[in-house]
Design a protein around this ligand. Sequence first.
Ligand SMILES: C[S@@+](CC[C@H](N)C(=O)[O-])C[C@H]1O[C@@H](n2cnc3c(N)ncnc32)[C@H](O)[C@@H]1O
Length: 324
Amino acid sequence: MINFANFYTLISQDTILQPWLNTLPQQLTDWQNAEHGDIERWTKALKKIPEGCADNIDLKTSVTLSNNTPLADGQRKKLENLLQAFHPWRKGPFTVHDIHIDTEWRSDWKWDRLLPHITPLKNRSVLDVGCGNGYHMWRMLGEEARLCVGIDPSHLFLIQFEAIRKLMGNDQRAHLLPLGIEQLPELNAFDTVFSMGVLYHRRSPLDHLIQLKNQLVAGGELVLETLVIDGDENAVLMPVDRYAQMRNVYFFPSARALKVWLESVGFVDVKIVDECVTTTGEQRSTEWMKHNSLPEYLDPNDSTKTIEGHPAPKRAILIAKKPD
Ligand SMILES: C[S@@+](CC[C@H](N)C(=O)[O-])C[C@H]1O[C@@H](n2cnc3c(N)ncnc32)[C@H](O)[C@@H]1O
């Protein structure tokens, strides 16, 4: 069972986040009381992950931890088997005690694309909406963020995050809560809010942008990353059925349309800082994610299209500010 007590203590001492205690404990108790498929098996494996403070931790250029004296082969194999129990590993990569968790996504490539454009994270409090297993939160700590709070409704991602956190010596600067954005009150509390790979999963994208704005302090920064299409301010795709085999997908605007959407809900200084087509180098199957991946989702005769005939995945990063 995941224990959120440390997080409650932390926010009880933070005047801006303290009001969250009015709703959060009940939501997380409800979550704990609900059935969660494989969570018992995962929790058992999580308990066996050794809690350690690694001698060397790099979060600045990767997420890597090691000891000065490497683990014995048997110990390393045991740890590798435990980590494999949390298959599929989608976001990463992580290197722990010479075990390279080669994840489906090169999430570090996304980080490298956005980092030059954002306000430096040093001493900032950050909310990462749809944080996956928390890979980017570790990179935010590498940039000296003061506090990183991630929310993501996926149970497996929470377990993967807790496994890495245990290996990191139970670092309390990053926390992942199994919540959706719609469950958050208007906290107006974070210096930077990230929403990456979430907007196209939201039925009502403008409401999503408003919810993100409501989590920021005045003058705070939004980092928004999502799938886009080519086109002008009016271009939006709403796939009738699946997109690259994904269900639960709704709106894919052009980057220019997204800029207009952000401005229409009150963001200012909106900038499109990056647009790029997702390659099969960035998203693919690996030993740690054995299911199908992007190569299988593209038209085998025309890689500019998905197998459903939509434009192949292209992603944009936009930066926007909540007015002072
Ligand atoms: C494509 S992944 C992106 C993960 C990570 N942000 C990244 O960029 O690599 C989208 C994530 O959004 C999460 N998600 C889906 N609906 C959500 C919601 N309502 N609130 C918060 N997260 C959500 C999913 O569980 C998933 O982990």
